[in-house]
Design a protein around this ligand. Structure first.
Ligand code: PHE
Length: 323
């Protein structure tokens, strides 16, 4: 390579150098003490004729100065950018967020309900989603042709089997196999053959509650439920009990909570009807109990101010990612 060629290729190499290490390799290639391209020329000057030396000497020396300047300029560029991190990467730039999974709002609500009732000594049990009309209706004092069956629009599988319209059938299943005293909750999916709108879905979730013993009274119910809602919605929450009707309780109640100045209905409940105890061969003269049922979606909608029940099953990440 002659001086002009070295100038061209060395300056180009310096321009392309990606880091300090690459720059050093280039420096050695052109200015290295042993085999540097320019070093070789400078070293050979003394062997040249006077005329040649006069022509090449100044050009070679000038190039040496220019190259040294180019190297130190490039080095400064690197050290400036290394203050920001690895060459070419701005470490002050916000990183890419890695999306991690999280719980569905209904799962969060269900876990919270279980936690509160566990602290009140209730155990959690679950039951089948496909039921017989016996467990869903008859044993709960709702015989065939009883007008109360209209309270639950039903998906029938055949003339005897159905998708449970509430978690109450688990009251019967549990009492058939256990003796009082006990207190349980039953979270689970339920189904209603209804038109959907902002507050109705064909499938949703309930949590059933049942406490049975020899001295269980309505006062116990009021205490447990007030305590539950105060833990769930906050310590000052007002709870109201209204008379209502369900065939499997007597008296039947509805429970409201006051939130932002409005009474909101959140639960059906009552003292277990003697006919229900009959169905599971408990002695209604000795045994008392209270039962309640509440909708998970409704509680989640109130707690999180969710306007439409259909959002829970939309699979829309813009919705679920908010929780
Ligand atoms: N099973 C009732 C419903 O779905 C709620 C309820 C449960 C009422 C227990 C009273 C006692 O509407």
């Amino acid at each position: 390579m002659n001086v002009a060629e070295i100038r061209k290729s060395a300056l180009e190499d310096v321009k392309k150098a990606k880091n300090v290490k690459a720059l050093e390799v280039i420096r050695v290639k052109y200015l290295g003490r042993k085999d540097g391209e320019l070093t070789k020329i400078l070293r050979s000057l003394k062997d040249l004729s006077v005329a040649e030396r006069k022509e090449i000497g100044p050009a070679a020396n000038e190039l040496r100065g220019d190259l040294e300047e180019a190297f130190s300029k490039k080095l400064k560029e690197f050290s400036a950018s290394s203050k920001r991190g690895v060459v070419g990467i701005d470490i002050t730039m916000p990183g890419k967020k890695i999306a991690v999974g999280h719980l569905h709002p209904l799962t969060i609500i269900e876990n919270r309900i279980k936690e509160i009732f566990n602290s009140l000594n209730f155990s959690v049990v679950e039951g089948p989603e496909a039921e017989t009309d016996y467990y869903n209706f008859d044993a709960l004092n709702i015989p065939a042709n009883h007008p109360a069956r209209d309270m639950w629009d039903t998906f029938w599988i055949d003339s005897k089997k159905l998708l449970r319209t509430h978690t109450s059938p688990m009251q019967i299943r549990y009492m058939e196999k256990h003796q009082p005293p006990f207190q349980i909750i039953v979270p689970g999916r339920v189904f209603r053959f209804e038109a959907t709108d902002a507050s109705h879905e064909i499938n949703f979730h309930q949590v059933e509650g049942l406490m049975v013993g020899e001295r269980v009274t309505l006062a116990n119910f009021k205490y447990v439920i007030t305590e539950f809602f105060r833990q769930f919605f906050g310590p000052g929450t007002h709870v109201r009990f209204r008379p209502s009707y369900f065939p499997f309780v007597e008296p039947g109640l509805e429970v409201d909570v006051m939130l932002n100045g409005n009474w909101l209905e959140v639960m059906g409940a009552g003292m277990v009807h003697p006919k229900v105890f009959d169905a599971v061969r408990y002695n209604p003269r000795k045994i008392r109990g209270f039962a309640f049922g509440m909708g998970l979606e409704r509680l989640a909608m109130i707690k999180y101010k969710i306007p439409d029940i259909r959002l829970f099953y939309s699979g829309d990440l813009r919705f679920t990612n908010q929780f």
